[in-house]
Design a protein around this ligand. Structure first.
Ligand code: TYD
Length: 203
């Protein structure tokens, strides 16, 4: 018995956090047993690493090592056991974010990231990834309205354009898994796109 592993990705301000909750409600209504979690984070150790990651200055490789260390703990303690019990796991960001931010944003070598991915996940991938794709300028507007920025959110439009391009590259390499959502749409419009994909899969 194995549950479904669904992840949510996109640049900061794409609006994914709003929609994780609506996916959770939709699945619960269909009687699905859920675990909701996030990265970096999801375990006490990984949450400690998240705090370091978000608030200390460091180079791209250090970032990658920290997020994959956090991910290792998260996969072992939370994600794999839940899936083994047949539960569905909704995760706010996962490895595509490392390729996007550390790879695209920070310029880390793609192959090094692929090696870390293989070490940490040993072939396990999400069953479905919603990629909330939006123009960096619109995302910046949304961030400015929403809240105070953390370290990574203060980065410039060029950085987020590289992150977006790296998400696109990942999406092109895994078209069956990564579903692009037009996140410039209204909240209702985005929710409709997501529900259509879940229904298409009979979830
Ligand atoms: P985010 O989901 O934006 O948290 P919040 O909505 O609470 O602000 O994630 C925090 C930041 O971490 C975000 O800027 C992306 C970054 N990140 C990476 O750089 N690499 C990774 O592997 C992950 C999972 C996140």
């Amino acid at each position: 018995m194995s549950g479904r592993f669904i992840t949510f990705e996109g640049i900061d301000g794409a609006g994914k956090s709003t929609h994780i909750e609506s996916v959770a409600q939709h699945l619960r209504r269909h009687g699905v047993e859920l675990v909701q979690t996030r990265e970096p984070g999801g375990t006490p150790l990984a949450e400690s690493l998240r705090a370091l990651f978000l608030h200390q200055d460091m180079d791209g490789l250090t970032e990658a090592l920290l997020v994959f260390a956090a991910r290792r703990d998260h996969v072992q303690r939370v994600i794999a056991p839940a899936l083994a019990l047949g539960q569905t796991v909704l995760c706010d960001r996962f490895t595509d974010a490392s390729f996007a931010y550390q790879g695209g944003g920070r310029g880390m070598d793609w192959q090094v990231l692929a090696t870390l991915e293989q070490w940490v996940q040993q072939g396990r991938q999400p069953d479905l990834t919603f990629w909330f794709d939006v123009d960096p300028a619109l995302a910046a507007q949304r961030r400015a309205q929403a809240r105070d920025a953390d370290r990574l959110e203060q980065l410039d439009l060029e950085f987020f354009a590289r992150v977006r391009a790296a998400y696109r590259r990942r999406a092109e390499s895994a078209p069956g898994r990564i579903v692009r959502i037009d996140a410039s749409d209204t909240i209702d419009g985005v929710a409709t796109q997501i529900r259509a994909e879940l229904e298409r899969r009979g979830w």
